[in-house]
Design a protein around this ligand. Structure first.
Ligand SMILES: [Zn+2]
Length: 245
């Protein structure tokens, strides 16, 4: 795994070394240890040192829809309950948060313009190219240069475990026929590489290879630390979170 384990008292969470180095950004990916469905917002609020009402999340619908949080749209009451799978902000002390159990968390940071984004990419959101849509939104709404954007792909079900049907595989081949190796054939089964798919989608939008970090952490292979919907049929979720300080 290409991520760092951190403990805050008895709460375990993960960080990317490359994002940790940047002084004006806070981020994490939660775990099974010290987290449950009741204490997520409280834990995030404590770790990020913001009030609970500054923790923003959407009702996730496996789409490529992204909500922008800026001075004009910042109304907690109106944001909570909105549907979508991506959040972007240039405001400080606002924590963007997404829920995950196998679906890919994708973190975005424009180091120059100081904008952060977070996406929830299961097969549907990834099929609909939420990562590409995120980069497009950075460029169009925040005037970002793709060369300044860092992308981090967090813990989620890996190509080792994410078996899909032939029908679904065909759908991906048809839409992404220019992408190499997003499907892997093993024995008589087909596996989808969501990490590679999101990687190729942001590369196509002009993100530099050296600015894409992958955790290479499979939730299904590591159920001592992570919840896996596929492996455990759990209702529990981890969260990804990012903020500007
Ligand atoms: Zn695995």
């Amino acid at each position: 795994m290409n991520i760092i384990e951190r403990y805050d008292r008895d709460i375990l969470y993960y960080e990317f070394q490359e994002l940790k180095k940047i002084s004006f950004v806070n981020h994490l990916f939660s775990s099974k240890i010290g987290w449950n469905s009741e204490n997520i917002i409280e834990n995030i609020s404590k770790i990020f040192n913001v009030s609970k009402s500054n923790v923003l999340y959407l009702t996730q619908i496996h789409s490529n829809h992204i909500e922008i949080i800026d001075e004009k749209t910042l109304n907690y009451g109106k944001i909570l309950g909105k549907e979508g799978d991506g959040l972007i902000t240039d405001l400080s002390n606002i924590v963007l948060m997404t829920y995950h159990a196998d679906c890919v968390p994708i973190y975005f940071l424009d180091k120059e313009k100081r904008v952060v984004g977070l996406a929830h990419g299961g097969w549907r959101g990834s099929f609909e190219n939420i990562s590409g849509n995120m980069i497009r939104t950075f460029i169009e709404k925040f005037n970002s240069n793709p060369k300044d954007i860092l992308v981090a792909i967090g813990p989620s079900i890996g190509p080792c475990c994410y078996e899909i049907s032939k029908e679904l595989g065909d759908k991906f081949i048809k839409k992404y026929n220019d992408f190499q190796d997003i499907l892997i054939k093993r024995d008589s089964s087909i596996y989808l590489d969501l990490w590679k798919l999101n990687y190729l989608q942001v590369r196509k939008m002009g993100i530099l290879d050296e600015n894409i970090i992958s955790s290479n952490a499979c939730t299904s292979c590591n159920i001592d630390k992570f919840y896996s919907y596929r492996k455990e049929a759990t209702q529990d979720r981890m969260v990804a979170a990012i903020s500007l300080s």
